[in-house]
Design a protein around this ligand. Structure first.
Ligand code: RFL
Ligand code: PHB
Length: 395
């Protein structure tokens, strides 16, 4: 088989890149390790920046988010049992974020790809990359017991943090930056109305962090900070709801409607960046190149802007026979990535209880929260990072 671009991974970054390239007339094939059902079963992100929503509209799948998404003008911070609204929209001349699940984004892009008849190989085992330093790299994999190979001109590594692509950058050329946090998040999805349909709620309580989010007016997503050693089966629904109530302010706590969970999972929190994001004809995008702790809701949004930049660079490569875009890709992305890394680290540091911070660290955190909710300048900084940077940032 032969194509112009092989995309490794059919998560949101791989699917969106496939749609952007197809729109520009560039042939691409997606190779994904899992089944479509498995990919759609993963419950992850929920908050989209305007830039991400615009990209979905641009590739022709905006109908889902336009009808199913919920626009938010505000986030709320809770600490010392009191809730403080941060009017992010007002502080950023009207910018908003949209609650719309990553599962739905993936579903919309997957459906479009199937309808367009674009080639994708799911359940591909032992995916491997070859000759990435040459002008004719190849991707091989096993499917139904048969080894297959695709030759191409460029490869996009969109295969997430545990994917195979990043491992093909020689270790002496790859610099990794990492911070692992001493806690995780347990997340619950439930078909109950959101406790706060107008604002995403971030709570810093003595018992640890809590987050109230939503997927629709009848489906809610909640998270709690938990020890890394916790197992999902140690968290009955009852224990989860009781703990959430203890971490919210009294008004929200009384309003919370509980129900049976339809998904429950624990995720560790990590900050990670791999530099550079290109080696030869291989380009990394999304979680394959970087991870942010989910507190700033930036992971999926960064993945979307990476692939927007990558599609522009690839279009320039094929249509204008120019290397300028692909040569600049890594540097262009990394400027935006480090801004999001900083913000996600900062909000994580501000909102969680750190086991080893000591009384001094705790007092500093409280002072910063007091400062934040009383300062227009600091609230504006939070708001402009939360709604996201413009697409041309750092160009
Ligand atoms: P993905 O989604 O991990 O997709 C990678 C795909 O590659 C496949 N794959 C392979 N395919 C072929 N060969 C191999 N060897 C392969 N190895 C892996 C995988 O099966 C998979 O299908 O990466 P992508 O596309 O870069 O997307 C990134 C996002 O998924 C991620 O950044 C977000 O989910 C992060 N995130 C959030 N981001 C936001 O922007 N807003 C949020 O509100 C938000 N909340 C979250 C989050 C992540 C969370 N978790 C679970 C870490 C909340 C949570 C709890
Ligand atoms: C979510 O809805 O899953 C969500 C919302 C906000 C975050 C992280 C995750 O910061």
């Amino acid at each position: 088989m032969k194509t112009q671009v092989v995309i490794v991974g059919a998560g949101p970054s791989g699917l969106l890149l496939g749609a952007l390239l197809h729109k520009a007339g560039i042939d691409n094939i997606i190779v994904e390790r899992q089944t479509p059902e498995y990919v759609l079963g993963r419950i992850r992100a929920g908050i989209l920046e305007q830039v991400t929503v615009d990209l979905l509209r641009d590739v022709g799948v905006g109908a889902g988010v336009d009808t199913g998404g919920t626009i938010h003008h505000e986030i709320d911070l809770v600490f010392k049992n009191k809730r403080y609204p941060i009017p992010v929209s007002q502080l950023t001349s009207g910018k908003v974020v949209t609650a719309y699940g990553q599962t739905e984004v993936t579903h919309d892009l997957m459906t479009q790809r199937t309808e367009l008849g674009l080639p994708s190989f799911y359940s591909a085992d032992e995916v491997d990359l070859h000759d990435i330093e040459s002008k004719t790299p190849r991707v091989s994999f096993s499917k139904d017991g048969r080894r297959q190979e695709i030759s191409c001109e460029l490869i996009a590594g969109c295969d997430g943090f545990h994917g195979v692509s990043r491992k093909h950058i020689p270790t002496h050329l790859l610099k990794e930056f990492e911070r692992v946090y001493p806690f995780g998040w347990i997340g619950v999805l439930a078909d109950v109305p959101p406790v706060s349909p107008h604002a995403i709620v971030y709570a810093n309580s003595e018992r640890g962090f809590a987050l109230c989010s939503m997927r629709s007016m009848t489906r809610s997503r909640y998270y709690l900070q938990c020890p890394l050693s916790d197992k999902v089966d140690e968290w009955s629904d009852e224990r989860f709801w009781d703990e959430l109530k203890l971490r919210l302010d009294p008004e929200l706590s009384n309003k919370l409607i509980t129900g049976t969970s339809i998904e429950k999972s624990i995720a560790p929190l990590r900050s990670y960046v791999a530099e550079p994001m290109r080696h030869g004809q291989l380009f990394l995008a999304g979680d394959a190149a970087h991870i942010v702790p989910p507190t700033g809701a930036k992971g999926l949004n960064l993945a979307a802007t990476d692939v927007k930049y990558l599609s522009e660079a690839m279009i320039e490569f094929f249509n204008e026979k120019s290397n300028a875009g692909i040569d600049n890709y890594s540097e262009r992305c990394l400027k935006r990535i480090w801004r999001a890394e900083r913000f996600s680290w900062w909000l994580t540091s501000l909102m969680h209880r750190f086991p080893d911070t000591g009384e001094f660290g705790q007092k500093i955190q409280e002072a910063e929260l007091e400062y934040l909710v009383n300062s227009q300048a600091l609230s504006t900084s939070l708001a402009e990072n939360y709604v996201g940077l413009p697409l041309d940032f750092g160009s």
